[in-house]
Design a binder for this molecule. Structure first.
Ligand SMILES: Nc1ncnc2c1ncn2[C@@H]1O[C@H](COP(=O)(O)OP(=O)(O)OP(=O)(O)O)[C@@H](O)[C@H]1O
Ligand SMILES: Nc1ncnc2c1ncn2[C@@H]1O[C@H](COP(=O)(O)OP(=O)(O)OP(=O)(O)O)[C@@H](O)[C@H]1O
Ligand SMILES: [Mg+2]
Ligand SMILES: [Mg+2]
Lengths: 230, 230
């Protein structure tokens, strides 16, 4: 359902050029649960952003659900993102002036789901992450981990066919991480494709496949050699 | 050097009242390395913000280095913060339109250190966190873990007598977390007091004392009973 071939991504500004992904080739079947690991700065978030159609790439081909992504115009890309992809961002990306319930509601409204359906999904999602008591809080009135859970609830409410999760438990204690991983497994068992970036080997162990990114490349873990900080 | 007695903190808005710290009493000696753990939403960041004079409290007394904090005016609080306290925030708090080197420079300028001294400290701090090659990047051009490392470099460059670190390795892979914990230990060995919030039991194990926060209270870990999500 996801085919990347020779994908490269360079961030260019007047002063800098950073090669974030190099010759990236990957085949993901529908319904897989993939953990993506790698050092800080190695390209994991970039990989998720390109996969989620949030960022462009410079070389190579990317086919999502049989569609050549480079053939899509902005509207079509937007529609695929809203209907098929759910994103849990590394920095949560909550809307500061919307309360918790409205933040969870945003992608549901994009999909024009009926009001009653949206309401039920929000109730259920907030309860599942333990934040029903906070539906009227603003993001600034929440702890780091609570904000992360709102981002997770937002994706659960949408029930998309692909979930792209960037460090979904980075700000959570181990009990809560365990709960969240349980939720992702449940969602996966219903057929959702989950691609999750994580630094935690325990979380990675719950996926059924592990990818390692090193300096913008996909590598086999047996061939990884410890490298200096960069 | 840090004495809290019966400190309580309530966040109040027109709609909500959240008791974030309850009857908090704590004695920290100069030069201790303390790890603070607890579930998401339990009050850890609030505790650090109150300790670091970034937030007020409603009840109780707080004495920092022999000074009753409630007697200080804004200028005096500002000066203590700039000269004595270094903060590594849970969400990094980098200034978006300053590059990496200038972000590290900010607290050094507040202290009016001479230009050559500041330059050397910045060089050393960036090298120590492995980001010398990124000194001209803007925060938006950095990965999550790179932004976290800039926040760490900013504190290292200032060499304050108290470091308050809120989840300093939350976005870092295990190799990098290990490096950062090594840096905090080194700094501690030179006499710095370190109070570090962490979800990682491995990081907590490197401190010489562990505190547990539960629903706004300081508790003894033997008496903690698993509680439902909130
Ligand atoms: N500005 C605010 N206004 C209202 N309530 C707040 C505010 N900031 C925090 N809170 C509430 O205070 C409580 C403690 O928050 P705090 O950020 O200290 O938790 P934490 O232990 O750091 O959590 P985490 O591990 O998720 O970062 C939470 O219930 C949170 O919702
Ligand atoms: N907008 C940008 N402009 C320029 N360079 C960027 C930009 N975003 C990321 N980079 C660079 O691309 C590389 C990969 O970044 P990415 O965010 O994908 O890393 P990551 O693996 O997610 O790291 P982390 O584990 O620290 O979150 C890094 O070297 C980073 O500095
Ligand atoms: Mg990242
Ligand atoms: Mg916190």
């Amino acid at each position: 359902m996801l085919k990347m071939k020779g994908v490269s991504k360079i961030y260019r500004t007047e002063l800098l050029e950073t090669q974030a992904l190099r010759n990236f080739s990957l085949h993901v079947k529908a319904g897989e649960f993939i953990a993506v690991m790698g050092p800080s700065g190695s390209g994991k978030s970039t990989f998720l952003n390109v996969t989620g159609l949030l960022d462009s790439f410079n070389e190579g081909t990317y086919e999502l659900d049989g569609v050549d992504v480079s053939r899509l115009n902005d509207n079509e890309m937007s529609r695929i993102r809203n209907e098929k992809i759910g994103f849990i961002f590394q920095s949560f990306n909550l809307i500061p002036d919307l309360d918790v319930a409205d933040n969870v509601d945003v992608p549901l409204r994009y999909r024009r789901l009926p009001a009653r359906d949206r309401k039920q999904r929000i109730e259920w999602a907030l309860e599942t992450v333990g934040l029903s008591g906070r539906r009227h809080h603003l993001p600034s009135q929440l702890s780091g981990g609570q904000q992360q859970r709102v981002a997770i609830a937002r994706v659960l409410a949408g029930d998309p066919c692909i979930i792209l999760a960037d460090e979904p438990t980075g700000n959570l204690d181990s009990a809560m991480s365990h709960e969240i991983m349980g939720l992702l497994e449940e969602v996966h068992e219903r057929g959702t494709t989950v691609i999750m970036v994580t630094h935690s080997t325990e979380c990675a162990a719950r996926a059924n496949r592990q990818l390692h990114i090193f300096d913008g490349r996909l590598v086999d873990v047996e061939r990884v050699v410890p490298m200096p900080l960069n």
